[in-house]
Design a protein around this ligand. Structure first.
Ligand code: ARG
Ligand code: ASP
Length: 685
């Protein structure tokens, strides 16, 4: 009770300033937060987190593949990440005979580790604020060229605070990465899309890889002579467990947040963009789900497509709910009003908000078109196929070459499902026509719709007449004259325009973004109490908080730790997402948990997942969850969907990240995988 009054008192005064636990901090500047971290239970120093002179925790954290995080578990390059981050690699290594997604896989020796072609892991060598160097006239290219001198080094300069600060990031990229093991999907993806973004959660979302290097510990292409990479630092693993209130720190690569955008931008997200995208995806999901319910074959074939559509769909719903619940638009308007009152007397800032408002008015119609197009027309498989054919044919013609259209056609047909695609196309073209601004409606499309007497009649005729979708072999001239190619051409202008708006967020479109640089500068001058941190941009960050449950609804408190009892409660051989391996049922039946057993919430069980208050985002998947002593206690993999507005406004009362407890990871390796030999190279404490 006392705690709650304290929290709400805190909220009213620090309104829109960095709330407790809000923030994704730059590791080399973590010194400014260390007092607060220590007050919450952190026991180490800033240089234990980031140092260029000695090994620090940053040397144990990597960027995994394109968009995830991973961490070293041993001095021999053993690497932990999420199952959903390793998913693509595991899928590529799988075949009908060796289905590692379904059955899991455990290499029982280094010889059995499976090379993953194309998979890379990047380590941060160093980061540096280069704002002054650039201001003094040094060229970015020169700074980057100088920084790249090193085996497998790459470097880039990233913008912080909309270009008010520039940071150089130097990475070393390793390209011999091998798959060591993963549990079956019935553990690694337990709960599937049903439980995605949801608490209570029981997913053993982990997979294990190993990084290999040449004899000098440098990056190398795959070779059987390569040796396990020796990281400067790897994690000690705590098997002591977590309790509510314990300090937690997340060290990883969050991808995209927009905490400082003005009310106009939030309004666009909450009232225009998210609702449109949700509505369109709801229809696509309904069509796919109906077909999946009819056929097991379709269920499997569309599983990944469905997951891809549903993931953001659910996230956006939570985001809209959260923004509305917090009244973010109204709060930001009030905040901007007080800012404007301060800025009035400052010539360089006085017109800023008006200018931004006008810029948004100019940019939103085009940005919306891009989003509408990519969520509707561009999701039609026949459209995308016809477009790629047409592009390839035209390019080949220009180069005086020929393109094998029939080969591409046969390839396309292998996985094409016309029933589903046509049903989607009917809905998507209808939605497009209803939502497009009249002056942007393609004239030819209007003509066709009028001719056929309605959108759906036109779409059906289009799919009926297109030779690209039929089994008969096709030629280049078929492609040229095809109705689907015609349909593609109708959207040429819209597609080209969309390219002009292909920025991460609405506020990053240059015509708007240019005002954010002075705006951010002004905010930092004006709002001196606020603890500013740069928006996430796939660079390495530290977030910290505590293990905590939350009040889900009136009188409904969600405890922060889940156990395998909850897995057993959900277990159902008839429900795909909840059908667990028999071995887990057997272990549960005997309650013989060995060293992993523990009394939790009053029952003898094994911990599975836990909640904490860390500020995370997409890209933080796979990030190490670290305790006050710097030891590994879990792997971050998700948030609750109702806290996803944290990408725009973080609310400490409800925003929670979800992690797999490291003890469940160890339990599964040991008792389900029978691969406890891997513990020999780990530091378990
Ligand atoms: N929601 C998590 C994230 O945003 C996990 C997604 C993977 N899991 C799934 N069931 N689709 O990426
Ligand atoms: N599941 C996300 C990821 O894959 C993490 C999040 O959005 O919280 O990075």
């Amino acid at each position: 009770m006392i705690k709650k009054i304290f929290i709400s008192a805190l909220l009213c005064c620090t309104f829109l300033t960095a709330n407790a636990d809000e923030g994704m901090w730059l590791p080399n500047l973590i010194g400014s937060r260390i007092k607060d971290m220590r007050a919450k239970g952190f026991r180490l120093k800033a240089e234990d987190i980031y140092s260029i002179n000695k090994a620090s925790l940053k040397d144990a954290v990597v960027q995994f593949g394109g968009g995830c995080t991973g961490e070293f578990l041993s001095g021999e390059g053993l690497l932990l990440t999420n199952h959903h981050c390793g998913y693509g690699s595991i899928q590529r290594l799988s075949s009908v005979e060796h289905d590692y997604l379904t059955h899991g896989y455990w290499a029982m020796s280094k010889e059995e580790e499976l090379p993953v072609p194309g998979l890379t892991v990047s380590l941060l060598v160093r980061m540096e604020d280069v704002t002054e160097r650039l201001a003094k006239g040094e060229k970015a290219e020169d700074i980057i060229a100088e920084a790249k001198k090193g085996e497998g080094y790459r470097a880039s300069i990233e913008q912080m605070y909309y270009g008010n600060q520039q940071f150089l990031f130097v990475y070393q990229t390793y390209r011999d990465v091998r798959f060591v093991g993963a549990p079956p999907s019935s553990i690694g993806k337990f709960g599937g899309d049903t439980d995605n973004w949801v608490w209570p959660r029981h997913t053993g979302d982990f997979s294990i890889f190993r990084v290999y290097a040449d004899e000098n510990n440098n990056p190398a292409d795959y070779s059987k002579d390569n040796k396990p990479y020796q990281p400067k630092r790897h994690f000690t693993i705590s098997t002591k467990g977590v309790d509510e209130g314990d300090f937690t720190m997340i060290y990883g690569f969050p991808g995209n947040t927009q905490e400082y955008v003005t009310a106009d931008a939030v309004e666009y997200v909450a009232k225009v963009s998210d609702p449109m995208k949700i509505a369109l995806r709801t229809q696509r999901l309904e069509i796919i789900e109906a077909a999946q319910a009819e056929s097991a074959e379709v269920r499997i074939a569309f599983a990944a497509v469905h997951a891809g559509i549903a993931n953001a769909w659910k996230k956006w719903q939570g985001e809209v709910m959260g923004l509305n619940r917090l009244g973010t638009v109204e709060k930001k308007r009030a905040y901007e009003e007080s800012f404007a009152a301060w800025a009035k007397t400052k010539p360089e800032y006085a017109n800023l908000l008006d200018d931004m408002h006008k810029a948004y008015e100019e940019v939103i119609p085009g940005y919306y078109m891009r989003e509408l197009y990519s969520e509707s027309i561009a999701t039609i498989d026949a459209y995308s196929f016809a477009r790629s054919l047409w592009t390839a044919v035209t390019r080949a013609e220009k180069e005086g070459k020929t393109y094998d259209v029939e080969k591409a056609h046969q390839n396309f047909l292998k996985t094409y499902n016309q029933n589903i695609d046509q049903a989607i196309a009917r809905r998507m073209v209808v939605e497009f026509c209803e939502r497009v601004a009249p002056e942007r409606m393609p004239a030819d499309l209007k003509v066709q719709i009028n001719y056929y007497g309605g959108v759906e009649k036109y779409v059906d005729a289009l799919f009926r007449s297109s030779r690209l979708l039929g089994k008969e072999p096709i030629t280049v001239s078929d492609v040229r004259g095809d109705a689907m190619t015609e349909f593609v051409r109708m959207f040429n202008t819209i597609r080209n325009d969309a390219l002009n708006y292909s920025y991460r967020n609405l506020s990053n479109v240059p015509a708007v973004e240019k005002y954010y640089r002075p705006y951010m500068r002004a905010l930092r001058e004006w709002d001196k109490e606020r603890a500013f941190y740069p928006d996430a941009n796939f660079t390495l960050r530290v977030a910290y908080g505590t293990v905590a449950g939350y009040e889900y609804a009136d009188a409904e408190y969600h405890h922060p730790v889940s156990t395998i009892d909850g897995i057993i409660a959900k277990d159902d051989p008839n429900i795909y997402d909840y059908n667990i391996p028999q071995s887990l049922r057997d272990i549960y039946a005997t309650k013989d948990y060995g060293r992993w057993g523990q009394t939790i919430n009053g029952r003898y069980s094994v911990p599975v997942c836990f909640l904490a208050t860390n500020h995370t985002s997409g890209g933080n998947s796979g990030s190490p969850v670290i305790n006050g002593k710097g030891e590994l206690i879990g792997i971050n993999f998700d948030r609750t969907w109702r806290s996803t507005m944290s990408d725009i406004e973080f609310d400490p009362t409800i925003c929670r990240n979800i992690s797999v407890d490291i003890r469940y990871v160890l339990f599964v390796i040991d008792r389900i995988g029978g691969a406890s030999y891997l513990f020999d190279e780990m530091n378990l404490k």
